[in-house]
Design a protein around this ligand. Structure first.
Ligand SMILES: [Zn+2]
Length: 159
């Protein structure tokens, strides 16, 4: 089998950031897949599943309610390696286009102190596996260290 595109990225050079992972065309519509990379691969501890799960619930809820973007949001979910998330949007975008949206999203997660949406047995397959304080902490760090000081080294995949 062929190596898929996301395995051709040099993870040894990849820094936390916001990247375009791929673009796919489905009939006449371009679907942009973003790599929302929150920890540096193979360099620092990955996120634990509980905080990944909490970020997933909060981000999916936030994005699907966003007045400007909700119609274009197709998917938000974690990478199996637990270093980040994939966001799929309908439309042809560059990574810089969604920096303001990511700043809004991660400020929402940083400041969120309420019950996690969908964190109950009826709505989720593993609702007790949540860690809101760590989700708050990771969102704060991603804002301070990446989103609020972002440049091309965090927006374009390394060669
Ligand atoms: Zn869940």
């Amino acid at each position: 089998m062929d190596k898929i595109t996301s395995f051709t990225i040099n993870h040894l050079e990849l820094l936390p950031g916001v990247y375009v992972s791929r673009k796919d065309k489905v009939s006449d519509t371009v679907i942009t897949t973003f790599d929302i990379r929150m920890t540096r691969p193979n360099f620092e501890p990955v996120m634990n599943t509980a905080e990944v799960h909490t970020i997933e619930h909060l981000a999916a809820t936030f994005l699907r309610n966003h007045s400007l973007w909700k119609e274009r949001v197709l998917y938000f979910g974690p990478m199996g390696c637990r270093t980040g998330f994939y966001l799929l949007l309908s439309g042809d975008y560059e990574s810089r286009d969604i920096v303001p949206l990511m700043q809004e999203l991660f400020a929402f997660i940083r400041d969120y102190r309420d019950e996690v949406p969908g964190a109950c047995a009826r709505d989720c397959g593993n609702y007790l596996d949540m860690n809101l304080p760590m989700a708050n902490w990771l969102a704060d760090r991603f804002l301070r260290e990446v989103l609020d000081v972002i440049d091309d080294s965090r927006l374009i995949y390394p060669e």
